[in-house]
Design a protein around this ligand. Sequence first.
Ligand code: ZN
Length: 388
Amino acid sequence: MILIRSVEMIGHPTLSQGDILMGGGRILAVEAELSGAEGLPGVQILEETGLLALPGFVDAHVHLCGGGGEGGFATRTPEINVTDLTLAGVTTVVGCLGTDGVTRGLEGLLAKTRALCHVGLNAFMLTGNYRIPVSTLTGSVIRDLALIDRVLGVGEVALSDHRSSQPAFEEFARLAADTRVGAMLAGKAGVLGIHLGDGPRMLELVERTLAETEIPVRHFWPTHMNRNPELFEEAVAYGLRGGRVDFTTCTTPQFIAEGEVPAAAAIKRCLAAGVPIANITLSSDAQGSLPVFDEAGQLTGITVGKPESLFRAVREAVALGVPLEAALRTITANPAEMLGLADVGRLAPQCRGDVVLVRRDTLEIRHVFAEGRWMVEAGVPVVKGLFE
Ligand code: ZN
């Protein structure tokens, strides 16, 4: 058991300061003062001044097995390490495939999610990849969602992008319908993750599906909505109409210079436009490739996105004047609600023991707990993957 003593906190329904007791992988109690808890057998006590406790972060878009490969086999990006996630405060992660559904497979992705769960992380996956018809584990999206506990949805399916399979409306609507029905059978929320490219059609297929079918808007989760100014304006309009919008935090100075709206600025501008905070999420797109081009448009290098960009974007939003509580929701309660995970994204009894402790002044991550296990201690990872 671990007792975090007298800490400021965000994410509890009523308390802003108190003690947090974790045991058996869960948060057991959060009280203004837990008298007598330090006398419990085997309890470890963490008492450090100047800390702020936050719910573990939720990153719903990570290429856990690597991605990329768009510049040939040598540009395939590597698998993620346990510490890439824990040092970033990410305790719940959803993996997906991307452009490459040929040399990367869903079986490997499922194995990777189970390996991350083995060390205490809360790992899930989306079935399919960029293409429609999608690849699946069991022969259909409905069966994958209904029968495999780790599968929370489908994606990322590419629309309005030169790498998309250019699906017809009927194909896309069928996929959305299968996502809904498969999720219903298993009591899941059912997420259809949609990669938006730079093409001018933007959310056209999503809007048409909403207009011509009975499928509720909550299943659609379009991402990369900050990738250019026009798509960002579309995100604001869609968010105002009740859609969920996701902004990607992994970026490069070149992307920003070319018009990408930084995720922090995207939150601020959405709120100013009246988009409810509940409709906004951030995700990292980590382990995806970040190409670097020279002035002639030639590929000169490739880097790999990292999950640490997720909380960095929250810190940047705070620096822009967004209240920490609001900015934090985009990586905790909001994605948890979208994914249908009732036991993450909050600091409350019965929730998973996923807690991030940051310095109150700098918001630097200091301690991370996943499933009640001390993963990062004083900024140092104490649990690593077997081959790190
Ligand atoms: Zn994508």
